[in-house]
Design a protein around this ligand. Sequence first.
Ligand SMILES: [Zn+2]
Length: 458
Amino acid sequence: MRRRHFLATLVAAGAAVTLVAGPQVSKATAESNQLYIYRVSAATDSAAQRLVNEGFDVLENRSGTSLFVLGDDATATKLKAAGFAPAIAERLKPTGWQPPSTRLVPDAATPAAAPAAAPIDETYYGGYHTVRAQYAHLDKVAADRPNLATVVDYGDSYLKTRDPATGYDLKALCLTRKQSGDCALTPSARKPRFLLMTQIHAREIVTGDISWRFIDHLANGYGANAQVTALLDSTEVWVVPIVNPDGVDLVQQGGNRPYLQRKNLNGIGCANPPTSTSQPGVDLNRNTSTRWGTSGVSSSQCSQTYPGAGPDSEPETRAIERLFRQLYADQRGPNDSDAAPATTRGAMISIHSYAGMNLFPWGWSTKHSANDAALRVMAAQMSQYNGYRYGQPGEILYNASGTSDDWSYGELGIASFTIEVASCGSFTPAYSCTSTDFAKNLPALMYVAGKAKAPYQP
Ligand SMILES: [Zn+2]
C-alpha cells in the first residue's frame, strides 16, 4: 500500500513526476535525454552564485577554477546564453535501475513481487540499501545489542505529515555502552555526543550506506576493538542514516528519471518530464534559519537549491533541529562573532558527495567564525586521514547558506563539519564504492567522535 499511496499523493498534488518503472521507459528516456556533467569556469564566488541563481544544477564538486553542472543538450545551450562556456566533463550512463522488487504490500503493478526479500535485504542499484532496509537495520542492531543501541523516532517526513499512510518516520540510532539515563532526549546528558547524518540530499547515494557501515563497525566492534570500546564507553554516538527518506524513496525507484532527486518532496508541479532546472522539492541543506536564502540558493522553486518558502519551513528540517536541541545545550552566543567556549561539548558531521572535501562553518560567507582556528585544525586532521582538501565552503567550493553544519555550529556552538566524500569521482558510483569511501573516512569519523567531549581544546 505504501507505493500506491505514495503515487496517489503525488498525483493528487498535481504530480509532474514520472514514477513508472520498467525497462522500456528507462531505455527510451535514456536514449532521448542523454545527461552530461559540464565543466564550467567559475573562478569567483560571484560566478558560482550566478550559476546557482539562474537555476543550474551545480554539483558539489570543484576542480581549480571549474565547477560542474548536470544537464542535457538544452542545459548547454542555456549555459552559453548565460555567458558560460560549458565543456563536457562526463557523459553519464543511464540511471534506470529497477526499483526494489519488494513492497510493504505488493500492489497491482507488481503482482509478482514475491518472494519478498526480508526488509533488511532490500536494495537498489547493485546493493544500496533502501529506506526500509536502513530502518530494519536500526531495529535489528537495537534488538541484537540492547545494551548498546536505541532507536529513536524523531519526527515525520513531509509526505507523512500530509498523510500518515504515506511517507516515512524519521529515525536515529543512539549507540553507547548504556547506563541509566543514556540516550535520553535531554541536553544535560552525562556523556558527550557525536552525531553523524547522511543522505539529506537523496541522490548522494553512497552516503547512507556509509552510515550503515559505521553503525556496524561500532556495534560489532564493542568489546573487540579498543578504539570502539573506548568511544562507546565515554560517548553517545547518534546516527541518522536517511535525513530525507521521501527523496530517497524516489531515488530508489529510479526517479526523478533521468535525473535523481536531491530535495524533499514538498512542492510538486515542476516540468514533466523533469529537466535539470525543473525538480520538485525543497533543498533541506539550504532550509535552516542560519542566513537563510542569502547564498548558494535559487528562488526558483523548481531549481535544485530552492531553500523553501521560509527558514525551517520543512518538517524534516524542523524535526532534526528539534533533535539537535534535545541532544545539545546551546553553548554559543547569538552574534556571528561570538565564540563557543573551550568548555563546549558536542560534534557533528553531515556527509555529502562527491568532491573529496572537509568543510566547516561558515558556509554562508568566507568570513571566519570565532572558532575558526580550532575548526580548521580539526579539518586539517580529518584531511590527514581521508586525504581530502579542507576549508570553508566559500574557500574551496562555493558559498551556501541555510546548511546543517552552519546551523548546528551557529545555534548550539558544537563543532560541525560537512564531508564531501569523493564517491570514486562519480555522481552515481557503483555500490562497491561504499567500501572505498567508508574505509577512507572511518578514521576521520572516529577522530571527530572522539573529540566530542572537548572539540575546541587541543
Ligand atoms: Zn549534498
